[in-house]
Design a protein around this ligand. Structure first.
Ligand code: ADP
Ligand code: MG
Length: 345
């Protein structure tokens, strides 16, 4: 949207593949003892004394991001965050990432520098070593794949929830989805009249949640400090309802989720009113919140009850009871998954 037409364009071919890799990776520093050898050889070498978690995500232009409103620096940052979120959802500490990237010749060097600036910022903030990757050309568009590694002592799976456990969520939900709605609307306005610069002041939180999400590293530490090990955990990338269904299916339990307990930011509520969308539907089916959803034993209730980061939104039931949303009107309706369906769009 706010593209600068005067920016410098250095053709990627002027550097060559190795020059390009050196240029992009020159600022990365190694902080973890477990990284024995980082970028520069045929493979990285790691030495873990603990259990290791590994996770990968692939982001494809036009499917997972739209460069007309996603600044490249934010894209680099977000491509790291979505992976770290998966590491934290295992109750693990993220330590290393690899970054693989495929670009068409439509992108100049300056575009890759922006992406790598975002990756570098995320690496710094979350204290992770960038230890390798791959760089290649694509016929069309941009692809970024990040693999994250982490260390874990007490891993938490999706499968450990028990009937009567508390259903707990971090932060608030639906903001990233509403941020996307605002950006999509402004993109349409811009197409009709490129001279109108959007006034996005009242949507700042929503747009930040969409363009610059954070992963809940702090929650892994908090749970450890509180001496609470969740019985199950998952990160919320596809919307609350599909994540609840993953936990219920894998744990063989049911659940009652209370509509009135779902945490919503005031900007989500006001923007849902403006767009005439139901905010509960947005929290249930929107995506990309990157909060953590977990189940916690009732025995741990005293440890978590006063914590502003953790909201109890329901409890688990016997599998035979099914999965339900208890509405504000106290009616029970079955929970259905309607997460992001990239394959069906
Ligand atoms: P190879 O030919 O063995 O695949 P490369 O020349 O692709 O080796 O990579 C050289 C080094 O640079 C390796 O350590 C690799 O992990 C790293 N590397 C390549 N591309 C990237 C990238 N996009 N981001 C970070 N590191 C990279
Ligand atoms: Mg390679």
């Amino acid at each position: 949207m706010i593209e600068d037409k005067n920016q410098q364009r250095t053709d990627l071919s002027t550097l060559g593949e190795f020059g390009l890799i050196d240029h992009l990776t020159k600022n990365f520093v190694i902080n973890h003892k477990s990284t024995v050898k980082g970028i520069g050889d045929d493979a990285a070498v790691l030495d873990f004394k603990k259990k290791v978690v590994v996770t990968t995500d692939l982001l494809v232009e036009g499917v997972h991001f739209d460069l007309s409103y996603m600044p490249l620096k934010h894209l680099g940052y977000k491509s790291v965050i979505v992976n770290l979120s998966d590491v934290y959802a295992m109750n693990a500490t993220a330590t290393q990432i690899t970054v693989s990237i495929a670009v068409s010749n439509r992108f100049p060097l300056e575009a890759l520098e922006e992406i790598y600036a975002g990756i570098e910022t995320a690496a710094k903030i979350y204290n992770i070593d960038v230890i390798g990757g791959d760089t290649t050309s694509s016929n069309k568009g941009l692809l970024i794949s990040v693999t994250a590694l982490g260390e874990v002592e007490n891993e938490v799976y999706r499968s450990g929830a028990k009937p009567n456990d508390l259903l707990v969520v971090t932060g608030d939900l639906g903001a990233a989805y509403m941020g996307l709605q605002v950006l999509e609307r402004e993109k349409e306005v811009f197409k009709v009249n490129p001279n109108i610069q959007p006034d996005l002041d009242q949507y700042t939180y929503l747009i930040e949640r969409q363009l610059k999400p954070e992963a809940r590293k702090d929650i892994v530490k908090l749970l450890n400090d509180l001496d609470v090990k969740p019985t199950s955990m998952i990160d919320i990338s596809d919307g609350l309802s599909s994540e609840i269904m993953h936990i219920c299916k894998q744990s063989k339990v049911g659940c009652d989720l209370y509509e009135s307990k779902i945490p919503l930011d005031p900007q989500v509520i006001s923007t849902c009113e403006e767009f005439n969308i139901d905010s509960t539907t947005v929290a249930l089916n929107g995506g990309e919140d990157y909060e953590l959803l977990m189940t916690i034993s009732q025995d741990d209730y005293p440890k978590i009850k006063a914590n502003p980061n953790l909201t109890i939104i329901g409890y688990m039931t016997e599998e035979s009871a099914g999965m339900h949303l208890v509405t504000r009107a106290e009616t029970k309706i079955p929970i259905k998954a309607q997460g992001w369906k990239n394959f069906n769009e």
